[in-house]
Design a protein around this ligand. Sequence first.
Ligand code: FES
Ligand code: FES
Length: 150
Amino acid sequence: MIRLDINGKGYTVDVAPDVPLLWVIRERLQLTGTKFGCGIGECGSCTVHIDGQAQRSCQTTVGSVQGKKITTIEGLPENHPLKKAWVQEQVPQCGYCQPGQIMQAAALLAKEPHPSDAKIIEHMNGNLCRCGTYPKIKSAIRLAAAGGKK
Ligand code: FES
Ligand code: FES
């Protein structure tokens, strides 16, 4: 049995410790906001927070995160400045990559509330978007960092 703390709630799941966290989150716990993209750590669509750090859940075994605080997109408050900025800037197109983008960005702002453009680009670099929403993602992060005011 594996015990997990996800979005402040305790779960017990009967899976092998080497199963990817992404699979457990989506298939066992039906927290489907976190997306499966590449499955090899290359796209960022599966990004969650582990003890506040952005991490690829497709590359994280469930056994390695027992006793750690896991946050998925469902655990980020609806009034989080990034979620509001994402709506204001109308960032998503197909939307598939966006939960991962927001979780990646949230980890940055938690550590660095006013990042430079260069820092935003560097931090978001590994999160791919087939729809090319990169300029809007950057604008939304800037907007959230500025307290929602342009
Ligand atoms: S699905 Fe995990 S990085 Fe692409
Ligand atoms: S919005 Fe479509 S992949 Fe990013």
